[in-house]
Design a protein around this ligand. Structure first.
Ligand SMILES: Nc1ncnc2c1ncn2[C@@H]1O[C@H](COP(=O)(O)OP(=O)(O)OP(=O)(O)O)[C@@H](O)[C@H]1O
Ligand SMILES: [Mg+2]
Length: 305
């Protein structure tokens, strides 16, 4: 079980002048807001074609954020830059205040130990079984003993509804199964930040709901976990988080509570969100707590509660 983190200087990016005095921190009266993720003016071109034209994004400890945008807008690239897997052409990517593209390997690895990443394609080691993939992550990134690892292995595979896959290799799994194992692997290290790239793409609605509920439940363990989901599926994004960050044509075009953006965001954002929601069943629209004004406008009056 994680203890509430005590703010320390190296963990913070704020200059000393803004740092709360020690006597307040010691009493626990003042709890500093910690910036865990900070992307600043990220520019990335592939083959001279501009993809990201200046992406800025900040995520505080305990926040949940959905990163959304049309297919191919660069969501996965943003996540890879954040983890230091792809270098940006310009800008800075800070994870736990560490510049992931310009730090030495030791520092980068120590930061990555605190992050659980579920890649869009699963990102599993092909030459290891499912069991070995999860054990490898726990052995290298946690202090868990054998018994704890065994317990978490079983708990998480049961959680993603794949209890019988322990001995299977990734090539024996479907795309959706690989993604679910990838989610279990991302969470088995009890990371401070969990990042999921398209966690439900290609999965049927029932399995998608199971996955989202599982991420919800596991994210709540030991307090509020910081979580980031990238998805081009608006419904998944808004079910996952109140705060959405919308990317289009290389820029963040909106960042805020989705209900607000749906009714009063920039026109393109309203259009992007609403075209994917208007087709929903009215009952489901109510379940999602879509704004009443939006329901009134887009569903016939007699079906509005
Ligand atoms: N290593 C690379 N080399 C060249 N082009 C790349 C590379 N990685 C990504 N791209 C291109 O960048 C664009 C954005 O890719 P990315 O995977 O980041 O988008 P995305 O928003 O995650 O898409 P999706 O919604 O399909 O997951 C695509 O056109 C892709 O072909
Ligand atoms: Mg992607």
């Amino acid at each position: 079980m994680h203890q509430p983190r005590v703010a320390t200087r190296d963990f913070l990016e704020e200059p000393a002048a803004q740092f709360p005095p020690n006597h307040l921190l010691a009493t626990g009266v003042f709890r500093a807001e910690l910036t865990l993720i900070k992307l600043q003016n990220i520019v990335k071109n592939f083959n001279r074609a501009p993809l990201l034209k200046g992406i800025s994004l900040t995520v505080q400890e305990g926040e949940r954020v959905s990163l959304i945008g049309p297919g191919g807008c660069g969501k996965s690239t943003v996540l890879k830059i954040l983890l230091g897997l792809v270098p940006p052409d310009e800008g800075e990517a800070l994870l736990f205040s560490t510049d992931m593209c310009h730090s030495d390997e030791d520092k980068r690895q120590s930061v990555l130990k605190r992050v659980g990443m579920a890649f869009q394609q699963g990102g599993l080691f092909d030459f290891m079984t499912v069991r070995e993939n999860l054990l490898f992550a726990m052995e290298h990134m946690t202090d868990k003993d054998g018994e704890e690892m065994e317990y978490d292995l079983k708990r998480l595979l049961a959680g993603v509804k794949l209890p019988k896959t322990e001995g299977m290799f990734p090539h024996e799994l479907s795309g959706g199964m690989k993604r679910r194992v990838g989610i279990a692997r991302a969470l088995c290290t009890d990371p401070d930040i969990a990042i999921f790239d398209e966690p439900t793409a290609g999965l049927d609605p029932v399995t998608s709901t199971i996955i989202l509920n599982m991420i919800d439940a596991l994210g709540g363990k030991g307090g509020k976990k910081t979580m980031l989901v990238a998805s081009s599926n608006v419904e998944i994004a808004i079910r996952f988080a109140d705060r959405i960050v919308v990317i289009n044509e290389g820029l963040v075009v909106a960042d805020g509570p989705w209900r607000q953006l749906l009714v009063s965001g920039p026109p393109w954002v309203q259009h992007f969100l609403s075209t994917r929601l208007i087709g929903l069943d009215i009952e489901y629209a109510h379940e999602l707590h879509l704004p009443p004004s939006f329901i009134r406008k887009n569903w016939s009056a007699h079906s509005v509660r």
